[in-house]
Each structure stands twice: as C-alpha cells, then as structure tokens.
Design a protein around this ligand. Structure first.
Ligand SMILES: *Cc1c(COP(=O)(O)O)cnc(C)c1O
Length: 385
C-alpha cells in the first residue's frame, strides 16, 4: 500500500522516472522540497530558515533552496564550497559545527561568514582569533534524547552555566554574543522537549541581561522536525502551533530573532530509494522467516536503519499473502542488516530481481553512503523537476 503522503499521481511520476535507471538509486522530487520549504516558511513566518546541508547536499537541492531564499547551516569547508557554488551570499550562512579546525574557521571568515556556533572555550578562543568580531551563538545541551528517533544531543552543547560564561568571555574577546542554539534530536516526536529547551534559553537570556548587561538577540532552534516514516509523528502544523505557544509563554510578544535549521523535514519526504532483491533465502529448512537481501544496505544509503532507528515505508509491486521477513543489505559485513526485530511483511510471491521502493529516503541517505565498501559504489541520485 502507498504511504498516506504519496498520492497516486506522485507515485506514477516516481515509477515512470525510476524505469530509466539501474538500481540502486535515489530519486529526489524537487517540487516536494519546494513545498516543504514553503510550508515551513508559512508555519514560522517570523523565522529564518538555515537548511542543514548535511541532510542532502545534492547540487539541485542547494540551488533550489538558494533560489527560494533559504539560508544554510554549514558544517565543513567542503559544504561551504558546495553552497558558495550557488552564489549564496555569506550573510546567508552559519558555521554550525562546534568542532572545527583553526584553518577552517579562517577559511569561513575569508569567505565572509560571520556567524559561528560554539560550545567550548578553546573553540571560542579560536573563533576570536581567526574570525575576529564575528557573531557567535552558544549551543546548549538538551536533556535526554527521549522522543528522537535519531538523537544528536549528547555530543554537542554545553550546560547553561557554561553558556553564560562563554557569552561573557566572547564579549571580552571582541566577539558579539548573539544568541543561543539547541537541537532537540532528529526526528523528534515529543513536541514538549522544545518547551523545556526554550525555557532554558530564557533563563540564560535573563541572566546575561541582568548580571552582565549582555543582550542576546537570537535563538537557533535547530532541526528535529519530522519526515513521514512508519512510526508516526504529529502533523507539522501541530509542531508550529505548539512551539509558537512555548515561545510566547517565555518571551511574550517580542521574541528574539528565530533561526530554524531543518534538514530531514525539508528533504526526507522528497526521496524514493529504489533497490532490487538480490537473494531470498532461509537459514534452515524449517526456519520461519525468510531473509530478503537488497542491493542497498547500511553502507550504501540505509545507515539510519542502524538500531532500526528509522523505519521507512516500503513497497513492492507484488501482492497476495505476505509474510514477515528479515531485511538485509548486500555487503559482507555482519551488521549490514536493516530490520530483524521489527518485521516487515513482504508478499510470498516476491522474487529475486524484483524492485523494492523505499519512501521518505531523501534525508541522510546519499550523504551517508560509503565510497566503496566491498567495492559497492556510493548511492546515485537523480532529480525529478
Ligand atoms: C543535523 C543538524 C540539523 C538538522 O537536523 P534535522 O533533525 O535533520 O532537521 C540542524 N542543526 C544542526 C546543528 C545539525 O547538526
């Protein structure tokens, strides 16, 4: 059955385009990306959107978002070059990675970028030296990763006390303490975690103003908005409604500048990954579950099935009676198994050589694909205009 968010028309378009190519590959429906961008702009009309390039750096996606007026959250000099290739002004970019080399900071500064994330004193001192006078925002830890299907929070951010100290130090070092950022974890299904994060930011804003006469002006609320996978999340409109309410509760009618850094929610649903069944087998004559091996696996596009974190809607063109299977990839690595605990049901009539269609695979697939593990090439992608 088609997932709810795929209309028969869209499916027909995908199918037709897919016929031209050899598996495995990803199709990206650009109109869907544009739609998602407009939906976000409408839902948060007061916010600036910085697309998290790592979700899918395809040149056509960058070009489209650049033309639509998006800004970009960039994590490396390589991503910076990719975005610069589309004539995006440096005022529309932030260096959002808190882990950076001095040379990289210098490179961003030379290219005109003046907005930097930080969460530690050594990094802040490097920014002061190699990107003097720039605006900085301090990333705070968000508590726990509950509700996020792909958590990010433990590695990045500092506690609020340290954020206050870093803002004070930033000012001393000639930088402009500009705001606070957080990321509630990717594919975050618990909307309440934004409430807790915004409340923490409010405390930091107040303390800096009252104790240090530092007036922060921006909150970067990161990403975390959902794509449509098998584990359901609320409608995007519910996220908007709730998060705007949280902002109002803490900041009244005069909220600071708001930055959003969506990755997954902008590009996830635009993708259809097409793979082929390489082998169907059983481990013994009496074993209940068949193993279905596909020509995409964890190393060439499906890394987010690690720990069965993300469950993509999956379709075959066979029908009839279905049976629970184990789904695995094509490489010689034992961890290249997508789903074993969670059992997908696939038709008994499924045969070697049949195509498998993986929906909502536009984010964190091609960009996470290995170069040539076992000689398998990186996942190719093609766009639909
Ligand atoms: C990965 C990342 C994002 C994007 O998160 P999504 O959950 O994909 O929207 C945004 N901001 C930062 C700093 C990130 O590292």
């Amino acid at each position: 059955m088609l997932p709810d968010h795929i209309s028969p028309e869209k499916w027909a378009r995908f199918k037709k385009a897919a016929e031209q190519y050899q598996t495995p590959f990803l199709l990206i429906d650009l109109p869907t990306v544009a739609e998602k961008y407009q939906e976000l702009r409408k839902g948060f009309d007061f916010a600036s959107v910085y697309y998290a390039v790592k979700a899918n750096p395809h040149a056509r996606i960058l070009k489209l978002l650049a033309e639509l007026g998006s800004s970009f959250d960039i994590a490396s000099v390589y991503e910076l070059d990719q975005v610069l290739a589309h004539n995006v002004e440096p005022e529309r970019m932030s260096y959002g990675n808190t882990i950076k080399k001095r040379d990289d900071i210098r490179y961003f500064y030379e290219k005109g970028v003046r907005l930097f994330a930080t969460d530690s004193e050594p990094d802040l001192r490097n920014i002061a030296e190699y990107a003097p006078g720039s605006r900085i925002y301090i990333r705070i830890l968000t508590e726990g990763s509950e509700g996020a299907d792909w958590p990010l929070s433990r590695k990045f951010g500092c506690n609020p006390e340290m954020a206050v100290e870093l803002a004070v130090l930033a000012k001393k070092l000639g930088l402009e303490p500009y705001g606070i950022s957080f990321h509630v974890g990717s594919q975050q299904r618990h909307i309440d975690v934004w409430d807790a994060a915004i409340a923490k930011v409010k405390v930091i804003f107040d303390r800096l103003r009252e104790e240090h006469a530092i007036h922060l002006r921006m909150i970067n609320m990161g990403g975390g908005f959902p794509a449509q996978y098998l584990t359901k999340a609320n409608e995007f409109s519910v996220y908007c409604q709730e998060i705007i309410r949280f902002l109002k509760e803490d900041f009244g009618d005069n909220p600071p500048d708001i930055i959003l850094e969506p990755g997954r929610s902008l590009v996830g649903d635009s993708g259809l990954m097409v793979s082929e069944v390489v082998l169907i087998s059983r481990k013994s004559a009496t074993s209940l579950n068949r193993w279905v091996f596909s020509d995409v696996g964890l190393f060439n596009g499906l890394i987010e099935t690690l720990g069965e974190a993300i469950k993509y809607p999956l379709l075959t063109e066979r029908d009839g009676e279905a049976e629970e299977v184990v789904l695995a990839g094509p490489t010689c690595d034992g961890m290249d198994i997508m789903y074993e605990d969670y059992k997908y049901e696939l038709p008994l009539s499924l045969e070697i050589g049949d195509r498998l269609y993986w929906f909502s695979t536009g984010a964190y697939t091609t960009s996470y694909s290995s170069i040539e593990f076992n000689g398998f090439p990186p996942l190719k992608s093609y766009v639909l205009d």
